[in-house]
Write a protein that binds this ligand. Structure first.
Ligand SMILES: Nc1nc2c(ncn2[C@@H]2O[C@H](COP(=O)(O)OP(=O)(O)O)[C@@H](O)[C@H]2O)c(=O)[nH]1
Ligand SMILES: [Mg+2]
Length: 717
């Protein structure tokens, strides 16, 4: 097999095949947390320390295993979840390195269904941050067991006590340290294990293997007190242990370790440990803790799904004995290898070259060249057992979120619920050649990016792309250029204004034309009145005695509808009005469909002249989360955007502001919020309702629309 380009490489077949692990000896973990907490660097430290990588990779020079995409290395930040694996003793650890920037943090949520624990990485200086809270909530949603790592402890002003306090304050009394750091900042030299009461010392920037020693004298007392607190908390959850604890005044290691394992699995304890990924201190302990304290996939009681849309809820034990089922949690579009699907085997044993059924598309798929992914490198493997994670290239009709498996045992595991995109841009190809490539390129990118949307606005006819924020769209534009050689311009999208009426009208529309032989004649009288918001359009036929023959009445309605769609004030569709057709006249020879359509149009225009037409604008429901310090300035800013505050909430040092704001004022909010909060704010918004545009703004919108459309031409008549 050959090298397959920049993103995806297969190792050469001469390299030895990897050992096959069964579920009890596998651990799947996701590193989650705020951006820059050091997750990706920590993965590199673990890979190097375990021997899975020959050299220590670094985020800062683009050599970290799990940040390999061009977009990631050039920005030095994770954008999508990177997958790696390592062997630690008898256990294989699969690691999902998730992004922590709020525009990409949905990737962390998408990783949770396939892991058995989350490693919540917190910065040793900053403590709990906005996204730390966000990923914690995701873990709550999935009942994911958690291990908290306070990382970057070698930084100036790193402070274990202060960060612990911030973590306890945010996540409650079940947060408990099971390590203490030895030293801090530049003199960080190791950690104390509070379960086994041993110390481990390291060389800063060394091989990462801790040397076991006695606890330093100056930490003895503190370590003993922390050990006792830990023992008490563990004993609290278990009557038998409580008994032992009362008798002996403490617990022995062989009781403590399994009890802690169970308490962590059940989300009763959230242990805290310390590390420096860059200095490679404590990464070996993280792997020890993953093996000892986080559950194996086989420890889950059930994984429940659905089948065939008939209300059945089939479920599986994560064991080899059950029928094969696997869940695709990530898709990558590689320019050379094509579609790569990352999956977790939830049950059964998946063999290379076997066939499985896709339960969404109901089509068979062949699993050729099953691999383990080490960042961008695919390492071939013959089979994967229940609980393990792998990847396969070139599935025909499989997307992220799909479940595949044994045809006779259908199951679909739940898909991850994601918010709607927050920002929309109009996208224009730069040239004719770009135009042809734009659609196919974006459709490929959408396969690997769950929050990307591409569509055409039926009202404004613009092509739009929507995503989580400015930076997300910029990444997309850059991928289009680099991967698909497609160049585009972005513009703020047009706001989909509408028009309506506030008054009533009673008018006549008459169309008469005499040319050569046949003439044209149509004549109608209509009343027009407003409907409540959302009322759209209603047409009532109130003709008695055949003033207009029945067969021409739909033509009048069509004429009015067509004219309404083209707008009256500024070219936006007219909505929320009712028309009653109550009288008219016709001509035996000259009347036809077209004449009555034109009569309808004329009537509509005349009615609009008197019915007090006005513009409507979309109002968004916006929810903004910012650290408390920024709450004041965010509210002031919302005021200047014509926003109406609907409510406020406080959670873990963050203020959540809910407001209704006109869409026209929110077109660049993502970028504005980032600069107002130094990147620490996040927001969500969705369309809520339409409301009347204030008078002075109406004039501007109407002027602009006239300019955009060029001269208004009077049609017909
Ligand atoms: N001082 C120090 N810097 C670190 C450490 N870990 C990572 N960094 C730096 O912090 C930045 C962000 O690291 P990265 O691993 O990309 O963070 P992520 O966003 O959580 O994945 C990079 O510049 C790293 O070099 C650490 O343990 N100590
Ligand atoms: Mg990262």
């Amino acid at each position: 097999m050959s090298l397959l380009g920049d993103v995806f490489r297969r190792v050469l077949p001469e390299e030895p095949k990897l050992k096959v692990y069964s579920g009890e000896n596998v651990r799947n973990v996701a590193l989650v947390g705020h951006g820059h907490a050091g997750k990706t660097q920590l993965v590199s430290a673990m890979l190097y320390t375990s021997g899975a990588a020959a050299k220590m990779g670094h985020v800062d020079d683009g050599s970290a295993t799990t940040d390999y995409d061009d977009e990631e290395t050039s920005r030095q930040m994770s954008i999508s979840t990177g997958v790696a694996f390592l062997e630690w003793g008898k256990t294989k650890i699969n690691i999902l390195d998730t992004p922590g920037f709020n525009m990409f943090v949905h990737e962390a949520k998408m990783a949770l269904p396939v892991v058995d624990a989350a490693i919540v990485v917190v910065d040793g200086v900053a403590g709990v941050e906005v996204v730390t809270q966000r990923v914690w909530n995701y873990c709550d949603e999935y009942n994911t067991p958690r291990l908290i790592v306070v990382n970057r402890m070698d930084r100036d002003r790193a402070d274990a006590a202060r960060v612990l306090e911030s973590v306890e304050k945010a996540f409650g009394r079940n947060v408990i340290p099971i390590e203490l750091p030895i030293g801090a900042e530049k003199s960080l030299s190791g950690v104390v294990d509070l379960v086994r009461m041993k110390a481990y010392t390291y060389e800063l920037g060394g091989n990462g293997k801790g040397k076991e020693t006695e606890i330093p004298a100056n930490l003895k007392e503190q370590a003993q007190a922390a050990h006792e607190r830990l023992v008490e908390l563990v004993a609290e959850g278990d009557d038998a242990l409580m008994e032992k604890f009362f008798e002996a005044g403490t617990l022995r290691e062989e009781d403590l370790v399994p009890a802690l394992h169970n308490a962590i699995r059940e989300d009763k304890i959230f242990p805290v440990i310390f590390s420096s990924g860059l200095g490679n201190i404590g990464a070996d302990r993280i792997m020890d803790f993953i093996v000892d304290y986080t559950p194996a996939p086989s420890e889950h009681e059930w994984v429940t799904g659905e089948a065939g849309g008939n209300g059945d809820s089939p479920r599986r034990h994560e064991t080899d004995a059950e029928p094969v089922s696997l869940y695709v949690f990530k898709t990558v579009q590689d320019p050379f290898a094509g579609r790569i699907s990352y999956f977790k085997v939830f049950s059964g044993v998946v063999k290379n070259e076997s066939s499985v059924q896709n339960f969404r598309s109901n089509s068979p798929e062949k699993l050729s060249h099953i691999s383990l992914m080490q960042g961008k490198t695919a390492v071939p493997i013959n089979e994967l057992h229940a609980g393990d994670i792998g990847a396969v290239a070139k599935l025909k009709d499989t997307l992220t979120g799909d479940t595949l498996g044994e045809k006779t045992a259908p199951i679909q595991y739940p898909r991850v619920k994601l918010p709607e995109p927050a920002i929309t841009f109009a996208i224009e190809p730069k040239s004719r050649a770009d135009e042809d490539k734009l659609g196919p390129g974006l459709h490929k990118l959408m396969e690997e990016d769950a929050m990307l949307r591409f569509f055409r606005d039926p009202q404004t006819k613009e092509f739009l792309i929507a995503g989580t924020g400015q930076q997300h769209i910029e990444v997309t534009v850059s991928k289009l250029k680099k991967r698909y050689n497609t160049q585009v311009n972005l513009k703020a999208p047009k706001v989909p204004y509408r028009e309506t009426i506030r008054g009533k009208a009673d008018v006549q529309g008459r169309h008469k034309k005499q040319t050569g032989g046949h003439g044209q004649f149509g004549d109608c009288k209509i009343k027009m009145e407003p409907l409540p918001r959302g009322g759209d359009f209603e047409f009532v036929n109130d003709i008695f005695g055949g003033a207009i023959p029945k067969n021409f009445i739909p033509a009048v309605e069509k004429g009015i509808k067509d004219a309404a769609a083209r707008g009256y004030l500024a070219g936006y569709p007219v909505v929320d009005f009712k028309v009653v057709l109550y009288d008219g006249s016709y001509h035996d020879v000259d009347s036809n469909d077209l004449s009555f359509q034109l009569a309808g149009r004329i009537a509509f225009k005349k009615a609009m002249e008197v019915a007090k037409p006005t513009l409507l604008e979309p109002i968004m429901n916006v929810e903004i989360t910012v650290p408390d310090d920024f709450a004041g300035s965010i509210m002031g800013d919302l005021n200047s955007r014509r926003g109406r505050i609907q409510g406020m909430d406080n959670k873990a040092g963050n203020t959540i502001v809910k407001a209704e704001v006109p869409m026209a004022e929110m077109l660049t909010y993502g970028a504005d919020l980032t600069s107002m909060t130094q990147g620490r704010g996040s927001f969500n918004m969705e369309m809520h309702h339409y409301d009347i545009v204030p008078g002075q703004l109406q004039e501007k919108i109407i002027e602009k629309s006239k300019a955009d459309r060029g001269e208004v031409t009077e049609e017909e008549e």
